[in-house]
Ligand binder design. Sequence first.
Ligand SMILES: C[S@@+](CC[C@H](N)C(=O)[O-])C[C@H]1O[C@@H](n2cnc3c(N)ncnc32)[C@H](O)[C@@H]1O
Length: 232
Amino acid sequence: MKLYATKAEIYDRMIQSAGKHYKEESGLIANILQKSFKGRNPPVLDLGCGTGTHAAELIRQGFNVICGDINKEMLAIAKKKTGAECLEMDMRRFLLRKKVGAIICLYNTLFYNQNAEELMSTFSSCRINLEPGGILILQVTDPSLFRGDKNTSFTWALNNREIVVQSTFIRLPRMLHHFSFINLDTKKEESDWHEMRIFPLRAIKDSLIKCGFCCIKITKDKNTLYITGRRK
Ligand SMILES: C[S@@+](CC[C@H](N)C(=O)[O-])C[C@H]1O[C@@H](n2cnc3c(N)ncnc32)[C@H](O)[C@@H]1O
């Protein structure tokens, strides 16, 4: 996945030009955390933190955030941006030194689990690393929007030298997400394939319950779902 390794440095510009609202989203997440923490301020793990933009915003608001990602290139940027503890980890299997009060897993990171077993493994790892009563917050694009067999494609110009063509091939239940980086000067093209799995909302809820989460709540904000569950 070049986007998270050799192209990590353009990730922020790319996502910005796609119009993602990190600040507003972090506000929404901060509200959920505050309600859940009731005056306490336990550590929060940003699982699949990427370049740490949500984490930085939450730290600015006074939360105590630890960043975790499988790609060290993304983590290096997160470290610079947040100054937080940044740990290389696989969401499917990780163990923190100390349990945390919340885990946030944002922007479709969950869909990098390739099958039901991996999804369960991720939720079980989250459960093990959460304090009893701790909260898990998942942010995903509404899975129902991926139904159908149409392929969609977006082209983003980052500047007048490099463009990114993002092609999305949707074939439920597997989704192949193709990025093509084209340098307009050299006319060189680099291809990047991401294999993702779009889990239906029902499957996410059922897996959470099987892995020991309760009080599952869904909040919808335009095309984005916030799914929260509490560790029993
Ligand atoms: C779409 S990005 C989201 C990044 C960040 N949360 C954001 O909102 O910008 C997905 C992130 O998940 C990470 N990732 C993919 N598979 C992972 C895994 N198995 N464990 C931990 N992180 C993973 C990638 O390295 C990437 O940083």
